[in-house]
Design a protein around this ligand. Structure first.
Ligand SMILES: [Zn+2]
Length: 131
């Protein structure tokens, strides 16, 4: 996943997930802010994610949160712990489970672009993987 323009991401229709890092203390976070939430520094850098991570939680949405999404229910959403250390929410493919390694792509739901994660490997640290 590479941003097409510096700092643009899926919320502006660009196929990228972008997080921020603090130039002073090296903290990193997902939601865009003007200042570092750890040390207060105003020098932050937007960084595109590779879009790979591990599933923290997953659920199915059967009641659309907005009229324009009614045509797409049911769909699955997941919380993903990206390898860069930030947690993001995205749509998830069938079969994606907690602990799965996933890779992000994008899917268009009507006029909205959303991150879409599919399983890329085996479970990490899950009970099925502890043998
Ligand atoms: Zn900082």
């Amino acid at each position: 996943m590479t941003a097409h323009a510096y700092g643009d991401d899926w919320t502006s229709g660009v196929e990228a997930i972008v997080f921020e890092t603090c130039d002073t203390c090296r903290s990193h976070w997902y939601f865009a802010r003007n200042r570092c939430p750890a040390c207060g520094a105003a020098t932050v850098t937007r960084v595109p994610s590779r879009g790979e991570g591990t599933v923290c939680a997953v659920t199915s949405v059967s009641r659309a949160p907005a009229p324009e999404l009614r045509a797409f229910v049911p769909y699955r959403v997941a919380l993903i712990d990206l390898d860069e250390g930030v947690r993001v929410m995205g749509h998830a493919g069938d079969g994606v489970m907690i602990g799965n390694r996933v890779r992000g792509a994008y899917r268009r739901l009507g006029t909205v672009l959303v991150p879409f994660f599919t399983a890329s490997g085996s479970l990490r640290d899950g009970p099925e993987n502890s043998r």
